[in-house]
Design a protein around this ligand. Structure first.
Ligand code: UD1
Ligand code: CA
Length: 503
């Protein structure tokens, strides 16, 4: 944008956020999966043609670490540390000279914004900058009208409606508190004036702070042009000071994300109860049922169905996949037309290939399931590599941990594993092998072999009925003499043994 080609941006993010009552610095609290500061950074990068400064202070190490992570994807920003948070004016007093020193060419105007207004859109900030330019103003502030303006700085206008100053809630007279036009905390200021005004700030107010807002009155007194752009979208201007505001911002951001997805062709049955993080992508004709949560770097392809209450985090789900109800997927990949769940847990490092099926109460960790293979019921498989067209029977468990180390299980193509099998890793089942139900596999099974390890079965004829006669009072003779029971045949040692063993 040519009108904005000489703009630097200052983001204020040093405040403690006392009202959040949190260990975490306020600007690192997330909205739709992105720290609030990240939204300010996005806008700043769009608006600025010159460099961007971020003033950090409270929890500086945390905030710096976040910025470093964030900057890895973008141009670096100038980080300025405000060790004592003496007010918004003080923060700019530190940032301005740092930017001037840092710049190869100095900006002629500065956009100053807060790190705690995540709902503000680039469109609104651009409009503010354009308005500033078209008015030829020295200072332009963003304002809005709120039904409940309490907590915000009020915009005091003169008789002809021109902006005179901003008074903070704590410093406002009862009359001034009635004013419903509030200062959003986003400004465009000419460089020359800003430099001069910053040198003249005094902390004479209820909080003993250097208020940036004082530069407004200074400009008016110097007969500079001060204008306000009043935005109608007051929700956008929400400053997050408490967790109540945070929830409001979260709800609105989620709504925007769901709207965007729906307009792009995703069906969302109940958008109020679907939670999608800002980076997530979802393909056309995918259906999201109520309670679905898509987090982090998740990508969902086209024509998928994600049923109720499933959570997918940092995972890739390809086209045509069905995720049944109440599944959890973390750092996993699911290829085309696979079916997962209900109630399956895919833990990090799991890859499900095309058309494979993962059923009820199955937990997979670092496990690859080949094309068309099935793990349908009640299994735990960890550190396992399964080939194509394998059937893993109900209740199969890999014993991948010996208390010290994790070991791998390899199951090659076309293997059939019966129910209730334990595979003691490391172990390999060769292609086409069959593992009999109930087997505990401790050694490798060659291709096309039958692996079986169970005690052979014995059937003892008549033992069941003899036992009933002995133990069940309803089958005892009604007028039988005492001692009759002694004539009953005694039950077999095998059965006695079973009865003794604890349940
Ligand atoms: C500020 C404005 C108020 C406006 C409101 C909008 C002032 C004096 N008041 O009040 O008119 O209505 O924002 O939300 O500017 N910060 C620093 N260093 C500091 C103090 C604050 O970097 O020493 C940062 C904070 O991290 C925050 C921003 O500045 O991102 C605003 O600070 P905050 O304490 O929330 O100001 P408000 O009282 O909300
Ligand atoms: Ca604030």
């Amino acid at each position: 944008m040519s009108s904005q080609n000489n703009t630097s941006v200052i983001i204020l993010a040093a405040g403690q956020g006392t009202r959040m009552k949190s260990m975490l610095p306020k600007v690192l609290h997330s909205v739709a999966g992105r720290p609030m500061l990240g939204y300010a950074m996005l806008q700043a990068r769009e608006i600025a043609s010159k460099n961007v400064a971020v003033v950090i202070g409270h929890g500086a190490d945390h905030v710096r670490a976040y910025l470093e992570e964030e900057q890895a994807q973008f141009n670096p920003v100038l980080v300025v540390e405000q060790t004592q948070q003496l007010g918004t004016g003080h923060a700019v007093q530190l940032a301005y000279p740092a930017l001037v020193r840092d710049s190869s060419s100095v900006a002629s105007q500065y956009v100053i914004m807060c790190g705690d207004t995540p709902l503000l859109t680039t469109k609104t900030v651009s409009t503010l900058v354009n308005y500033h330019q078209s008015e030829g103003a020295t200072l332009t502030l963003l304002t809005t009208i709120l039904p409940d303006p309490s907590g915000y700085g009020r915009v005091i206008r003169g008789k002809v409606g021109t902006v005179c100053r901003v008074v903070e809630d704590r410093d406002a007279s009862p009359e001034e508190k009635q004013v419903s036009e509030i200062n959003v905390g986003t400004y465009v200021v000419e460089a020359k004036f800003l430099e001069k005004a910053l040198g003249q700030l005094h902390p004479q107010n209820a909080q003993g702070e250097y208020y940036l807002t004082d530069i407004i009155e200074m400009a008016v007194q110097e007969e500079k042009k001060v204008v306000a752009w009043v935005t109608k979208d007051s929700l956008e201007t929400t400053g997050v000071n408490t967790r109540v505001h945070l929830a409001l911002a979260e709800k609105e951001m989620r709504r925007r994300i769901c709207d965007r997805l729906m307009l792009d062709g995703v069906t969302i049955l109940d958008p109020e109860h679907v939670v999608v993080d800002h980076q997530v992508t979802v393909g056309r004709d995918t259906v999201l049922h109520p309670g679905v949560v898509l987090e982090g770097q998740t990508q969902v392809g086209e024509q998928c169905t994600i049923r109720a209450n499933s959570r997918i985090a940092n995972s890739i789900v390809h086209r045509g996949v069905t995720i049944q109800d109440t599944c959890v997927l973390q750092d996993s990949t699911v290829e085309e037309e696979a079916v997962i769940g209900p109630m399956a847990h895919l833990r990090p490092g799991t890859v499900i290939h095309r058309k494979a099926k993962i059923g009820n109460f199955v937990e997979l960790k670092k496990t690859e399931v080949g094309e068309g293979s099935k793990v349908n019921h009640l299994s735990y498989l960890g550190d396992t590599c399964i080939g194509e067209n394998v059937n893993v029977g109900a209740g199969t468990i890999t014993c991948n941990y010996d208390g010290y180390r994790k070991a791998k299980t390899i199951i090659e193509d076309n293997v059939f594993i019966g129910s209730d099998v334990q595979l003691i890793a490391p172990v390999t089942i060769g292609a086409g092998a069959i593992i009999a139900a109930g087997t505990t596999v401790t050694e490798n099974v060659p291709a096309d072999a039958l692996g079986i390890s169970r005690v052979s079965q014995i059937n003892k004829e008549g033992t069941a009925s003899r036992r009933r006669a002995l133990l069940d009072p309803s089958v005892l003779p009604s007028n039988g003499k005492s001692g009759k029971a002694e004539e009953q045949p005694s039950i077999t040692p095998v059965l006695q043994k079973q009865e003794e063993s604890p349940k």
